[in-house]
Design a protein around this ligand. Structure first.
Ligand SMILES: [Cu+2]
Length: 205
């Protein structure tokens, strides 16, 4: 009886797929409920690694879902306002270690990119790109370690675009091509102010 009950209780975990675990990635809070409705909040609460297609389907059943404020294809609708305490500060050249929890693999394609949240547009080239063979196999152990734990280098040219927290995210995007399931996980960051060297010189001049 107990084992039946616990298998029911833990059933959503079985559906788990993937999320960035380090640095901290966007999570739910009160802002996502305002932006996306309670149904989406509950779904992510039950399984924070759920896939976008599942959420878009659920959204159709919630009259409070507002596509204008909730873009499920940008960080799964998770909001900056709920994550302002977890903003990373990076400067060009920083090497950032990233860890992915890849609970259930679905072979496909993936990338890690900087995304401008206002335009929902990729900024520059992907920092990581897998054009095939991402997340093969049946369990997390089947997935090559370098697909789950890797580093990216913060590129030049983000100094003004990403100076304000909330304007940019680092987004991990993965599509299981046969499963037709999209996963997204976002890290909030801002770029550090320009180095003191230039400012000092300007003062002395
Ligand atoms: Cu799946």
């Amino acid at each position: 009886m107990l084992s039946i009950l616990s298998s029911l209780l833990f059933a959503p975990t079985v559906l788990s797929h993937g999320i960035i675990t380090a640095p901290p990635s966007r999570a739910i809070g009160s802002a996502i409920t305002t932006a996306c409705g309670q149904t989406i909040t509950n779904a992510i609460k039950a399984d924070n690694t759920s896939y976008v297609e599942q959420l878009t389907k659920l959204a159709t059943s919630d009259t409070k879902f507002n596509a204008a404020t909730c873009n499920l294809y940008l960080c799964k609708g998770l909001q900056y306002a709920d994550n302002s305490a977890n903003v990373q500060t990076w400067k060009a050249g920083d090497v950032v270690p990233i860890k992915i929890w890849l609970r259930i693999p679905h072979e496909g394609i993936a990338n890690v990119s900087i995304v401008s949240t206002k335009q929902n547009k990729q900024v520059g080239e992907p920092l990581k790109l897998w054009t095939k063979g991402y997340a093969p196999g049946k369990t997390e152990k089947d997935v090559p370690l370098e697909q789950r734990e890797f580093s990216v280098t913060v590129p030049n040219g983000l100094e003004s675009t990403c100076a304000t927290a909330g304007d940019c995210v680092l987004q991990w995007w993965w599509l299981g091509t046969a499963a037709k399931q999209t996963y997204e996980s976002c890290v909030d960051f801002k770029t550090a102010a320009a180095s003191g060297y230039t400012q000092e010189r300007a003062f002395k001049a």
